[in-house]
Design a protein around this ligand. Structure first.
Ligand SMILES: O=C(O)CCC(=O)C(=O)O
Ligand SMILES: [Fe+2]
Length: 328
């Protein structure tokens, strides 16, 4: 995996900004993910993010269930216990495969949205169970939104499309933010392939900003050699891992492909051994276009050589189409 890209260069000279935007675009297109550093979120804030995440999942199941995710997909908010959601049901979706394999995910999650969302409310545990948790997460969400906009500007620059238009498509911050905990399990639980940590999938939004601890196990499909997955090692908690989601694939008429990724054995544990796989924490911020905006490919990407590949659909309808399968 290549070096982390220094996003502070976006604020440098116009040559520096252009060069770093082009590198970001190329890395995402070829590797499927790009690691970025100096993105504006301080390291101690990210340490606090992991600390709150760990403390949330350390609560008793009973306490976590006071903020439980509904049994159906919508609203996609609240705590999902191990086994509630399996991403395997949507594996292969973006490749046009009829249905995914039935692989169980061994993970627990908390889904959060914008504190200012006028359609969907967040589902929180009572503040006294984990004082400061809600306020921290609400604020962190806003900080991620600021970074998201900078990244969108960089992508617009490299794609030679209007940054103002791309921002306008995302200005409502109707995004999703997910805390994930993969409990420690014996490797034997993954041995027959019927369970994994998170099954192969693409994300649905525009771009995902992922924070991972140092456990390892995240793998992404090589965009220049489909079918081959590479490990995405941690370069420290403060690095953000970026990947493209389905919505940007649609908007760019496949100029960008959403990269398939999954989490499985970390490199330290031998496949099929009877070792324990250590627990793992990660946090994903899924930047999404405004719900009512169209995912019809942008005009710049429809040419006689690249005819339009997608039907018109709103971001909200598309999102619901995808998440409906997760909880079924
Ligand atoms: O845990 C990870 O590193 C990846 C999580 C992920 O891909 C997701 O929640 O969509
Ligand atoms: Fe994902």
């Amino acid at each position: 995996m290549s070096e982390a890209i220094d996003l502070s260069l976006l604020k440098g000279t116009s040559e520096e900004s252009e060069a770093v935007s082009a590198t970001l675009l190329k890395t995402l297109k070829t590797r499927g993910v790009a690691k970025v550093k100096n993105h504006g979120l301080p390291e101690d804030l990210i340490s606090q993010l992991f600390d709150y995440t760990r403390r949330f999942f350390d609560l008793s199941l009973e306490d976590k269930m006071t903020a439980k995710h509904p049994p159906q997909a919508n609203p996609n908010r609240g705590y999902s216990f191990v086994g509630q959601e399996s991403v395997g049901s949507i594996s292969g979706y973006e490749k046009g495969l009829a249905q995914g394999k039935s692989v169980r995910d061994i993970k627990e999650t908390l889904d959060i949205g914008s504190a200012y969302d006028d359609l969907v409310d967040n589902i929180w545990i009572a503040d006294e169970k984990l004082p400061g948790f809600r306020a921290f997460m609400e604020e962190f969400y806003t900080s991620c939104f600021e970074v998201e906009l900078e990244i969108l500007d960089a992508l617009a620059k490299a794609l030679k499309i209007s940054a103002a238009d791309l921002r306008a498509l995302h200005n409502k911050a109707e995004n999703e933010f997910r805390l994930l905990h993969y409990p420690a399990i014996p490797a034997s639980e993954l041995a027959d392939g019927s369970a994994t940590r998170i099954a192969e999938h693409t994300d649905f939004g525009t771009i995902t900003m992922l924070f991972q601890d140092s456990t390892g196990g995240l793998q992404v499909e090589d965009q220049t050699n489909l079918g081959t997955f590479h490990g995405v090692e941690s370069g420290g908690k403060s690095e953000i891992i970026l990947n493209i989601g389905d919505s940007l694939q649609r908007l760019t008429n496949d100029t960008f492909r959403a990269a398939c990724h999954r989490v499985t054995y970390p490199p330290t544990v031998k496949v099929g051994s009877d070792e324990m796989i250590p627990e793992r924490y990660s946090i994903a911020y899924f930047a999404k276009p405004n719900r009512l905006s169209s995912l019809f490919p942008l005009k710049e990407f429809i040419t006689s050589a690249t005819p339009c590949k997608y039907e018109d659909i709103t971001a909200w309808d598309y999102n619901n189409l995808r998440i409906a399968k997760l909880f079924s």
